[in-house]
Ligand binder design. Structure first.
Ligand code: 13P
Ligand code: SF4
Length: 362
């Protein structure tokens, strides 16, 4: 991806200056514009979202809105790509900073994924395994799943999608987040030795034929750098210090962290659980810091902290700032579409099969 700097007149604007001008530009664009915002976005940006949500909610919203000509996605690349695949042909999807990627999505390169499929099929044959991709992956990986009768899931519907997968075939090839896949498999009562890890850097994924034959879920070796920072020791620290504190984490955390927590779920689930809890409730939260800080600010009657105070920032989500948002809106007003997300037609068609299957399962 090419590094694209915003023009100098935007680069040097203060947040306050940019925010004032975004308000004006949005007014002028009116209903032609739909701004979608993921919960990890900064406050200065998410305040402009017409709709906020987790990955699932935002995919659904992108597929339902047919009115807006421009969908500006304040989130990361795979989210904007999903919106593009689900949008109508007359709609344009824009990501304010094209460098807002997701390191987990980058861990599943389509060539490696196809090679893994060939190797797994050389042991199992063609009809035994179905691919299911976490939505945090490239359009090419979604297309791979769609083409093979598989689907996509998000952290909010993974359990239902896994059940669906096992109705289709005996085994699941789950990618790219090993932790979400393992957490879901464990929840279904599958023993750990049947949740095996495919390491794309090793011959035959580092697995024996017996391990592949015996597996229920083959997990791709991929993870989120933000969520892997949460550890059991932090949970134990808070349990000792505040015995009545509730621990809630995102299922991209490791199995031991999820098992020691009180609750695990998507970003929307975390927000919902905290918001509906009573005054005086204490929470330690294992997810991205902007969401935790927002919950703390919006719930002054509760005691809210991050499981790892201060450091768990998704640096790519953080790339979307008021300056980039203003720039893409101003360009729309001038009739220019910058940072448009495009997906090749054949990839989009196959990826859409996978996304539509997911939407119908949920
Ligand atoms: P949600 O779908 O729960 O919002 O999660 C998206 C994500 O990227 C978490 O790291
Ligand atoms: Fe990707 Fe992790 Fe950032 Fe989510 S928090 S967008 S999985 S890098």
């Amino acid at each position: 991806m090419v590094t694209q700097l915003i023009p100098e007149q935007y680069m040097f604007l203060s947040d306050a200056q940019a925010i004032e001008r975004i308000t004006e530009s949005r007014k002028q664009l009116g209903r032609e514009l739909l701004v979608l915002g993921h919960h990890y976005q900064r406050d200065e940006v998410i305040q402009f979202a017409d709709l906020r949500g987790d990955s699932f909610g935002l995919s659904r919203k992108a597929s339902e809105n047919k009115e807006a000509r421009y969908i500006v996605f304040c989130g990361v690349h795979f989210m904007a790509e999903s919106a593009c695949i689900l949008s109508a042909p007359h709609q344009k999807v824009i990501l304010p900073d094209l460098e807002a990627g997701c390191s987990m999505a980058d861990m599943a390169d389509i060539d490696q994924v196809e090679e893994a499929r060939d190797n797994i099929e050389s042991v199992l044959g063609k009809e035994k395994i179905i691919p299911i991709a976490y939505i945090n992956c490239t359009a090419a990986v979604k297309a791979f799943c769609g083409d093979l009768g598989g689907t996509v899931c998000t952290s909010s519907n993974a359990s239902a999608v896994i059940d669906w997968g096992f109705k289709q075939r005996e085994k699941i090839f789950f990618l790219p987040d090993e932790h979400l896949g393992r957490n879901m498999g464990y929840l279904k009562g599958i023993p750990l030795e049947q949740l095996v890890l495919w390491d794309p850097s090793e011959k035959m994924g580092g697995l024996t034929r017996e391990q592949i034959q015996n597996a229920r879920i083959i997990l791709w070796k991929g993870y989120c750098q933000v969520h892997q920072r949460f550890a059991v020791e932090q949970i134990e620290y808070f349990r000792k210090k505040f015995p009545d504190m509730k621990i809630i984490v995102h299922p991209e955390c490791s199995l031991d962290v999820v098992q020691r927590s009180d609750y695990a779920g998507s970003t929307s689930y975390i927000i919902d659980m905290v918001q509906k809890s009573g005054a005086g409730t204490k929470w330690a939260i294992g997810t991205e810091i902007h969401l935790v800080n927002r919950l703390r600010n919006e719930n002054p009657d509760k005691l809210i902290t991050s499981l790892v105070p201060g450091v768990c920032l998704c640096s790519t989500m953080n790339r979307i700032d008021p300056q980039h948002l203003l720039w893409v809106l101003d360009q729309l007003l001038l009739g220019n579409i910058v940072n448009e997300i495009r997906v090749p037609q054949d990839t989009a068609r196959k990826a859409r099969l996978a996304l539509d299957r997911m939407l119908s399962i949920s």
